[in-house]
Ligand binder design. Structure first.
Ligand code: NOJ
Length: 596
């Protein structure tokens, strides 16, 4: 019996060995590039993170608003796109005053998006396709409809101090209570609302319908850990933490924040009228974040991405932690949004300095990330120009780090005009009909454009929650799938290229940057070198890359990819181009393979 087993084992080993030898010979003979090494890097370093705004990806149960069944039905699209992780903006139970960022049950799904069974099915389908699922975690506040808040109003323990309650500073002669301090809501106006039932003010960094949770009450800290555990146990792959810098305020509620002396804002209701010394980035925030990190680390391969909007890059960097303390895997890099609000701010130099600022400010050993847009900002194609769509996707997908793509950026979706009557976003609504367009986030949240059938193939209902951009007739997924060249095809080529060793682990350098040109290299010693060149100007140019380059470039290079705006035969992908006479149309990105 034992001899038979040994013989069987030897035979099996021999058989496997022969198969391996045949495969190796076959691959070598066909000169095929070895498959990219499957390494043990965490998934969020290997993946493109794709942000889905759930109301707007696809309406699977047709009522005009996107939902989980709809998102699940796009698993194939997302996996073909080549992204590795999908971050879902909030899908929890919510009165939708801030479209899901006002949560009335942190561990349930809102019926508008479907059921928990739909969610489980989505996670299953995505995982089977190799797609990770990242949830939005909104710890700073809940909805005013959350049972915790309702019980807190009534001072029912243990909920009495779950929120930040305060006595009035004083009461006016007419009986009007005055808030305890001058703190402002991000959405403008006082951050304090009077609750007559409790006879106290409560604090809300955002809408009055989004009361801030009180992390000085240990019960709250415990509750929110339970929320994280609930979703981790369901198999989600991590979290994007909402509004993290707002988690704590100083304990002394009598302190007024100082007026921002360096700002030109004169409207005392506007958030940036004040310097937020007492309401953001308090030291206690990092203690709680560390506890969440520990909690996530009990599970294998989870991601923690932090939303921190701050003008001071060093403040943002603190959310990475350092070489001894790990906090978030990365705080989002919003520099490409904040520093490049419009085309006039974009030059080769500003791109270089914006990218360099992040790379140079990161603590040792941390990992970069690149964000061009999200549900809170205008679409990048509208901010910077439709001609730059491919170049910017090339840039963010080929730089070292994790790119975060907002749905629709892969096809170059643009801002949609939304009339005052159709405006939904509370931030827009609070500014009124004269100013809503400067503040509304609706233009970047409109339905995904799938095809040229009515309502862009987003729904079979008669209406959509926000209007569809009229450009859907030509700008849509189906048209770009059929076209010979398209933003979508370039995007897919990029996600494939990213799998190559040189983009995963290669070095980078900035060989030539001028007012009109931004470029970088990705290279591995003794191996291939890629160079991305972008014409940041609004003119078509013929470039001499040897002029002003800080390294010796070869005479020629081979075109790998180029923006779809260029039809010149000279730079067709596959062709060899002269680097001293390189035509690049306005906004074009050209990816070259160089022999150095
Ligand atoms: C940041 C989110 O991105 C934004 O959409 C939301 O309005 C606020 N946090 C409040 O949750």
């Amino acid at each position: 019996m034992e001899r038979r087993m040994i013989l069987g084992f030897l035979f099996a080993t021999l058989f496997v060995g022969v198969i391996i030898i045949i495969l190796v010979c076959f691959t070598a003979k066909n000169g095929k590039r070895p498959e990219p090494v499957i390494d043990d890097e965490p998934f969020w370093k290997r993946s493109v993170v794709f942000q889905v705004y759930p109301r707007s990806l696809y309406d699977g149960q047709p009522d005009g608003t996107g939902d989980l069944i709809g998102i699940r039905s796009k698993a194939e699209y997302l996996s073909e796109l080549g992204v590795g992780a999908v971050w879902l903006s909030p899908i929890y139970k919510s009165p939708m005053k801030d479209f899901g960022y006002d949560i009335s049950d942190f561990t349930d799904i809102d019926p508008i998006f479907g059921t928990m069974a739909d969610f489980n099915a989505l996670v299953n389908t995505f995982h089977n396709k190799g797609l990770k699922v990242v949830m939005d975690f909104v710890p700073n506040h809940s909805s005013d409809q959350h049972p915790w808040f309702q019980k807190s109003i009534k001072r029912q323990d243990p909920y009495t101090n779950y929120y930040i309650w305060a006595k009035p500073k004083n009461v006016l002669d007419d009986g009007t209570p005055v808030p305890p301090n001058n703190w402002l809501s991000v959405f403008r106006g006082s951050a304090w609302t009077w609750n007559k039932d409790r006879g106290e003010f409560y604090y809300h960094q955002f809408l009055a319908e989004q009361p801030d949770l009180n992390y000085r009450d240990p019960n709250v800290t415990q509750e929110m850990k339970k929320v994280l555990t609930f979703w981790l146990d369901k198999g989600v792959d991590g979290f994007r933490v909402d509004s993290l810098q707002h988690l704590f305020e100083v304990e002394d509620l009598s302190l007024d924040e100082p007026v921002a002396s360096d700002s030109d804002i004169t409207d005392p209701d506007e958030y940036n009228y004040l310097n937020h010394t007492y309401t953001i980035n308090q030291p206690e925030t990092f203690t709680v974040l560390r506890e969440w990190r520990h909690l996530l680390d009990k599970y294998p391969d989870k991601v923690l991405m932090a939303e921190v909007y701050n003008n001071n890059v060093d403040t943002v960097m603190q959310y990475y932690g350092n070489d001894t303390v790990s906090l978030a895997d990365f705080p989002f890099n919003f520099l490409l949004i904040d520093n490049l609000q419009n085309r006039s701010q974009l030059t080769g130099h500003t791109l270089r300095s914006t990218i360099g600022l992040w790379l140079d400010s990161m603590p040792e050993g941390k990992w970069p990330n690149w964000v061009l847009g999200n549900h809170d900002n205008g679409r990048v194609a509208s901010r910077l120009g439709t001609d730059l769509v491919d170049a910017l996707n090339m840039m963010t997908l080929l730089l070292p780090g994790t790119p975060v793509t907002y749905y629709g950026e892969e096809i170059g979706m643009e801002n949609t005009f939304v009339s005052w009557e159709d405006t939904q976003d509370p931030q827009g609504c609070r500014w009124g009909p004269q100013h809503y367009q400067e503040h509304s986030r609706d233009p970047a949240r409109t339905p995904m454009q799938w095809n040229n059938s009515s309502l862009a193939g987003f729904t079979t209902a008669n209406t959509t929650w926000l209007p569809v951009n009229p450009n859907y007739k030509t700008l849509n997924v189906e048209a770009q799938t059929k076209a010979k060249n398209s933003h979508l095809k370039i995007y897919k080529d990029l996600t494939k290229l990213r799998k190559e060793e040189v983009f995963k682990k290669g070095h980078y350098a900035f060989p030539l940057v001028t007012e009109d040109i931004f470029s970088f290299l990705r290279y591995v010693e003794e191996s291939e070198t890629y160079m991305l060149v972008i014409n940041t100007s609004e003119e078509d140019l013929e470039l001499n890359l040897h002029h002003g380059a800080n390294i010796e470039l070869p005479h020629t290079g081979q075109v790998v990819l180029r923006s779809i705006t260029d039809t010149s035969v000279k730079t067709e992908p596959g062709s060899e181009v002269d680097l001293s006479k390189l035509p690049l149309v306005r906004g074009e990105g050209l990816l070259l393979l160089l022999s150095l």
